[in-house]
Every structure is written in C-alpha cells, then in structure tokens.
Design a protein around this ligand. Structure first.
Ligand SMILES: [Ca+2]
Ligand SMILES: [Ca+2]
Ligand SMILES: [Ca+2]
Length: 363
C-alpha cells in the first residue's frame, strides 16, 4: 500500500515535470482565447486578444500589428481608428521553437443608414473655397451662398478652375449596383455647360467629419487629351482688384479676367496674398468662341453639365493612382470647377452648384 502511494506520487511528479519549464526543448504550447483567424471589427471598438500559457512554460511573446511590434504581453487590446484590413500576428518563442497565430481583422466602414427622417439633400456645408471669379465675394460666391445648399436646393458659384465646396449627407448614400446614386444640380443650358469634377469620401473613422480619403468620380473625359490629375494652380491677389494672375504646376500662366479694375475677386476670407488649389483638370474640347460662345456638355460624370441634373454612379470612384475602388457607400461630396477658361463677355468658366442629393431619395 505504502509502496503504491509512493509510485503514484512519483508518477504525478513526472507528469507535472513533463508539462512545465523543466522541458526547455519543447516548443511553446499556447491556446488562443480567440481561435478563429478571420475576424470582423468595428472602428473605435476594443477587441481583446489573449494568448493563454496553458502549462506555465517559459517563453518570449510578441504581438505585431501590420508587421510592427506593438506588445510583448499575453493580452493585446486591438482598436482600429478607421476602417480597413488589419493583420495581427502573435508569436511565442521558446528554446524549443516558435508558436504563431495570425489574425486578419476586417474593420468595416462606419455607416449611417437611411431613416424616415433622412434628408435627400446634403445637410452640412463643411468648406467653401472658390477660385477668383466674377461672382467670388459677391452674393453667389460667399459662404452664405454655399450654405444655401444645406438640406435643399440653393445656388453657389465656385469661380475659376479649382474652386471647390465640401458637403455632407445626414446618412450614408449607398452605392447601388448598376445604378446612379447621386444627383448634382447646376444651371447649365444645352449649349453652355461649366463642368465640375465630383469627388466622394467615406467617413472611415466615423467622426462625422470629411477628414478621410477623397476619391474622384471618373467621368467621360477621364484619360482623354487635356485631362490631367495632380494639377495645381496658384492665384495671386492683385493690389487693388481687377484680373487675377495665376500660374500652374506645368509652367503655364494666365489671368482670371475681371471686368472691373477695382473689384477684388480673391476670396476675402482667404489668408495671405496667394493660395494654391489642387485637383484634376478637364479638356477644353467642348468650348467654342466662333460667333456665339458655347460650351457643350460632356457625355457623363460631371457637375453643372447636363440640363436637369447630372446623375452620378459611385462605382466610378478612382483612387490617387487612377485605379477603380469599390465603395459600399459615401458620406461626403466635393465639387470642384474642372476647366480653366475665359469665356469673353461671359467671364471665367465657373461651375455652379444648385443642389446635391441622394438619388434614391429624390422623388
Ligand atoms: Ca452605383
Ligand atoms: Ca471622418
Ligand atoms: Ca453654370
């Protein structure tokens, strides 16, 4: 009896020993509290990941987020500041080898669903910076004009090339498959368009502000002669008023012609004596000044282009490299004058915006 008890004790000791740090040649035995490798996350929501040291072995551990070491503890609290695909890799390294576990965490874009109270029109004007132009600093080219687009139709003029307005919806506009999703109203006539480029943005960090990534909506002129991306124009404030000189980032110069020698069309709320606007520029192929000055509309994909409103498909969004991106929906819109041209007595070509709406809510 006594002998049997002693044997049992030895056996237990041997088993215990086999399971602990006394066997340094063994590779770490780790149990991940979350076993699945493909996870879904939400912006700003904590996801606790734990590596359990089942047998109390001795080993070093580290967590990497997108290849960068971010912790050497057993628990890692993952929080995504914005949407995207994140790779989190855990490694335990002992004398006998390494144990790894890799998570791919898909953090979705925060969205605001449509409710019965959703406004079809953009509800917030975030930013308005026109280029110089005949209306800039006048009734159609000041901040109060930009605000007329909040929640309804209104009218604002964006001035010469590069002038822009940033607007936001009270809900996420869904990119419906095979359908146009947005409508932008302007004041074009059938032979007089003033095309503007439309950009869209998702609220990737869910803070309700347009501080995320802009995607240009590719229109019919994308890639044609005269279309360029990463174009920049710097406008210089004239001492007393009148025409405004500009230079672009290609070495070209010109003026925005202002008929009055004293009217100051450099935006009064813009600090300094010069400012630079950036974006894409559209071809002048629609313009004609032989006899009647005309500006024919482009086929599709711009603002202030087609009579009755321009219908736009979020599926035409492209990234900074010109590659198509698939956006499930968008929260913000930027509209920017797309052509640099003086149209004689009609003044500079300047995109007007008379309304921006979610096409699915327009009756
Ligand atoms: Ca669509
Ligand atoms: Ca944001
Ligand atoms: Ca117009």
């Amino acid at each position: 009896m006594m002998k049997n008890k002693y044997t049992l004790l030895l056996l237990i000791l041997a088993l215990f020993s086999a399971c602990t740090k006394d066997r340094p040649e063994q590779m770490p035995i780790v149990r991940m509290a979350v076993e699945s490798t493909a996870l879904n996350g939400k912006v700003n929501e904590n996801l606790s990941l734990e590596a359990v040291n089942v047998y109390g072995m001795l080993y070093d551990q580290e967590w990497k987020l997108n290849d960068e070491v971010i912790s050497t503890a057993s628990v890692y609290n993952f929080t995504a500041p914005k949407s995207g695909i994140y790779v989190v890799e855990y490694t335990a390294t002992g004398k006998g080898g390494t144990f790894t576990h890799k998570y791919t965490i898909n953090v979705g874009v925060p969205t605001v669903p449509i409710s019965p109270n959703s406004n079809p029109y953009v509800t917030t004007m975030f930013e308005f910076l026109p280029a110089p132009g005949q209306n800039t600093n006048k009734a159609l080219g000041i901040l109060t004009a930009a605000k007329t687009l909040e929640g309804k139709k209104g009218l604002v003029s964006l001035g010469a090339w590069g002038g822009y307005i940033v607007l936001g919806f009270d809900h996420t506009v869904v990119n419906e498959t095979g359908k146009d999703d947005l409508i932008v109203y302007g004041n074009p006539q059938s032979n007089f368009a003033e095309p503007g480029i439309v950009w869209v943005m998702q609220d990737e960090n869910g803070n309700g502000k347009p501080d995320d990534t802009w995607y240009e909506l590719k229109g019919s002129e994308f890639g044609k002669a005269g279309y360029e991306r990463n174009y920049e124009v710097t406008y210089t404030k004239p001492a007393v008023g009148g025409s405004v000189a500009w230079k672009d980032n290609k070495g070209n110069t010109g003026t925005v012609n202002i008929s009055s020698a004293t009217f100051q069309s450099f935006p009064t709320w813009q600090a300094g004596t010069e400012y630079t606007l950036k974006g894409s520029i559209l071809p002048k192929t629609g313009l004609s000044s032989s006899g009647l000055i005309t500006s024919m509309p482009f086929a599709f994909g711009y603002a202030d282009n087609i009579v009755g409103g321009d219908k736009l498909d979020i599926a035409n969004a492209i990234d900074k490299d010109g590659k198509s991106v698939s956006l499930a929906g968008i929260d913000f819109v930027k509209i920017q004058t797309g052509i640099q041209a003086n149209l004689g007595i009609l003044g500079e070509l300047s995109t007007e915006v008379a309304g921006v709406a979610d096409l699915s809510l327009v009756k």
